[in-house]
Structure formats: structure tokens, C-alpha cells
Design a protein around this ligand. Structure first.
Ligand code: SF4
Length: 409
């Protein structure tokens, strides 16, 4: 497979999936110079209305018109927005741009999963993945360039961390994918769900993520129902409480272990916010969003967290959660077989071990779907996203050292 790179970016690409289909795309015209002008992608409806009223001296309904041009018709050129008067179009041209992330390449997996590598600046790129399934299409969106939380089983963590993505860079991922898919909000929906489960910890980039999720749910944006936008967190407890107050999206929590000691080994954030505190915050979230469940993600790693004692402890935690929320099934569990990446140091359990683990949960009356691995031939499966990160934490160098010490290559 050959990959032609877009010209205006100097990132050295490492990725290369042998048998996947790949496409290149011309970067949108909007990546042209935007010096000093406001990027409209940074605004949700409330902020765009303020921009029209306070900075352009225009009526605020213009915000809705412009949003529809951008998110429903994928226009990036104000001149094409023909229901705006000429004078307003000229004013917008002078003050604003519609600047989408640059598509470096797009790959399609044998199972039709699609992945985009998107350039965010000259040194950093992130990955966005679309997973089509019966009657639905889910986009997995990144929130940061790299990640600082350093979970031991995560490919993104080995890249280190550089910076938060802006609102424009987050919603820009949705725009790029929706445009490529031919998605028409409210009519021809190719994009039915968004999960903030790509690179990064979304709650560590709270304001930008919440603003972008507001555009996803706005009728003038992508028109997705609240429950079809899911934020997945490793467990930043105070921010879960803030999310409960400020947004109505679905919550997913990366649990991965039912014991503090093991969870701290796998996810260092557990030291700061141990299981009891995390589950308290999840209970508060579920109680505030009456009738809504919380999804707990559990990545199964061979010999690490896939034993009967782990299943039994997990059942105890989930039952306790249901009891406190006073709703059977308030806690949902997703089992995710570990998706290996080079130098991971963890292995996927056998199919038999996965089934045994699932059966223990089923026997306790729990629905525990095993997530089907999608897009692994293009490194787009859960936990495999890595992008290109100018690492400010030097975590990738530390990871290499650890691997060398362990005798890995
Ligand atoms: S699993 Fe999520 S929170 Fe943990 S390092 Fe990876 S991206 Fe960050």
C-alpha cells in the first residue's frame, strides 16, 4: 500500500498497515492562511451568536445559518453561503475563517473501519476512527495530542503528551469524517454516535471538549441525541462532577481492574482517585441524570485482570453501583479484549478465557458484551491509536528504555 502525503506539513509518518486500503485527500481549501482571523470551528452556537452580535453587529440568527453551511453542507468558503448578504459575507471574510484539520491520509480497513491521520500543526497529528456497524456509525474522536495519564496498556501513552486540542481541532475531526462519509444531519445519517475515546483524556481538556460536544448535539451542528455522544474518562473525579453539571452526554469510565492495587499499576491516575472515590462520582453522575446508565469499560489482559477473582470482584462493584443508584442495569459493562501493539507487554486472553470471564458476569445476571475488534489491520482498534506527537513529557523515550531493560526490541 502506498501513502501519498499532503504537502504542507512536515510530520514524518511512521504508520504503515500492509493490507489496508488507503486514500489520500487534498487538504481543504480552508487550511490556507488564517492569520489574525477567528476560526469559526472554535465556536459553539452560544459563542457564535455572541460573535455575530458583539463583534460583527449582526443579528444572532446568522449564527445558525453559518453553522448549517459548515456542518450540514461542509462549506468552508463564506462566498458560497448564498443566503447571507454580500456585505456580511465580505465582513466574515475579513474577520473569520473556517479552518479544518489537514487530512494527511485516510485508510480503510478490510472490515470497513476508516481511520484518518489529521495534522493539527506542523509537528503533531492525531487519529480519528469511524466504525460502521448494523444501523449505526460511530466516530471515535481524540481530545489531546498524546496523553499524560500514562496507562500501562495504552499505545497513546507511549507517545507522551504535547498539548490539548482546541474546540476547532476536536469538532474538525467530526467535520472531516462526516464530509468524507457524505453524512447529512437529520436526513442521511452515516454518523449516528460519537465517542470521546480516541487519543487523550477528554476531562483534562474540559472546556474545549464540552464546547465541541455541544456542536455535535446542536440541531445546527450534527444533531446527535445526548445519549449518542459518550465521553470516556480514566477517572478524573472532580471533572466527572463538573461534567454532570454542565453537560448531558453519556458517561463511560475506563475501569480495567476491580482492585485498587492492580488498577494503580495499570492506571496511575488511580493513586489520586481510587476506586471508591471514582465509583462515588459515577453514582452522583447517574443520580443526577436520572434513568441514565454509566458504562464501565474493562480491557481484558491475559493473566493480569481476567481471572475468576477479578470477575467476582467486578460483579460486586457493579451490583453495589446498581443498588446505590436504585436501578437494575444502571452499571453497564463492556469487555474489550486487549489489542496488542508493538512492545505492549500485555497479551490478549484466549477466546476461551474471554468467554469464561463473560460467563461469570452473565451468570450473575449481567449483560456483558465483548467488543468486537475492529480495524486492527490499520491499527485503528481500541487502544492502538497513536498519531504523531511532539512529546513534551519524554514519555516515549522512557517507554523505549523500559522495553530495552526488559529485553524487548
Ligand atoms: S488509556 Fe486513555 S487516559 Fe490512559 S493513557 Fe491511554 S489515552 Fe490516556
Amino acid at each position: 500500500m502506498s501513502e501519498t502525503r499532503a504537502p504542507a506539513i512536515d510530520i514524518t509518518l511512521l504508520d504503515g498497515a500492509g493490507d489496508a486500503r488507503s486514500n489520500t485527500q487534498t487538504p481543504p481549501a480552508s487550511v490556507a492562511s488564517d492569520a489574525g482571523r477567528t476560526n469559526i470551528f472554535d465556536f459553539d452556537r452560544a459563542r457564535l451568536e455572541r460573535f455575530f452580535e458583539e463583534e460583527l453587529g449582526e443579528k444572532k440568527f446568522r449564527a445558525q445559518q453559518v453553522m448549517k453551511w459548515i456542518h450540514h453542507r461542509y462549506a468552508t468558503d463564506f462566498a458560497s453561503m448564498t443566503d447571507l448578504g454580500k456585505a456580511l459575507r465580505a465582513k466574515l471574510e475579513a474577520r473569520a475563517v473556517v479552518h479544518a484539520p489537514q487530512v494527511i491520509y485516510e485508510k480503510t480497513s478490510a472490515d470497513d473501519t476508516q481511520k484518518w491521520l489529521l495534522g493539527m500543526d506542523a509537528k503533531n497529528a492525531i487519529e480519528t476512527v469511524y466504525i460502521p456497524d448494523k444501523g449505526r456509525g460511530t466516530l471515535c474522536v481524540s481530545s489531546q495530542v498524546g496523553c499524560a495519564l500514562n496507562c500501562g496498556f495504552c499505545s497513546t501513552a507511549t507517545q507522551g503528551f504535547n498539548r490539548n486540542l482546541t474546540t476547532a481541532e476536536i469538532i474538525g475531526q467530526v467535520w472531516v469524517a462526516a464530509r468524507a462519509l457524505g453524512n447529512v444531519p437529520h436526513q442521511q445519517r452515516k454518523l449516528t454516535n460519537v465517542v470521546m475515546m480516541g487519543m487523550g483524556e477528554p476531562l483534562a481538556n474540559f472546556d474545549n471538549v464540552v464546547r465541541a460536544m455541544s456542536i455535535m448535539r446542536d440541531d445546527n451542528g450534527y444533531g446527535l441525541a445526548n445519549k449518542r455522544v459518550t465521553l470516556s474518562t480514566a477517572g478524573l473525579v472532580p471533572m466527572i462532577d463538573r461534567l454532570a453539571q454542565e453537560s448531558d452526554v453519556s458517561l463511560a469510565v475506563s475501569l480495567h481492574a476491580p482492585f485498587d492495587e492492580l488498577r494503580t499499576q495499570l492506571m496511575p491516575i488511580n493513586k489520586k482517585y481510587p476506586l471508591a472515590e471514582l465509583l462515588d462520582a459515577c453514582v452522583r453522575y447517574a443520580l443526577r441524570k436520572k434513568g441514565e446508565s454509566v458504562t464501565f469499560e474493562y480491557t481484558l489482559m491475559a493473566g493480569v485482570n481476567d481471572q475468576p477473582e477479578h470477575a467476582r470482584a467486578l460483579i460486586g462493584l457493579l451490583r453495589d453501583f446498581d443498588r446505590r443508584v436504585q436501578m437494575k442495569g444502571a452499571a453497564k459493562i463492556n469487555l474489550i479484549p486487549f489489542n496488542p501493539f508493538p512492545g505492549a507487554g500485555f497479551a490478549r486472553p484466549s477466546d476461551e478465557a474471554i468467554r469464561s470471564f463473560q460467563k461469570l458476569l452473565n451468570n450473575a445476571g449481567m449483560i456483558a458484551p465483548v467488543r468486537r475488534t475492529r480495524g486492527d489491520d490499520i491499527d485503528a482498534a481500541c487502544g492502538q491509536l497513536k498519531g504523531q506527537v511532539m512529546d513534551r513529557t519524554r514519555r516515549s523515550a522512557e517507554h523505549r528504555k523500559r522495553l530495552q531493560a526488559a529485553g524487548a526490541h
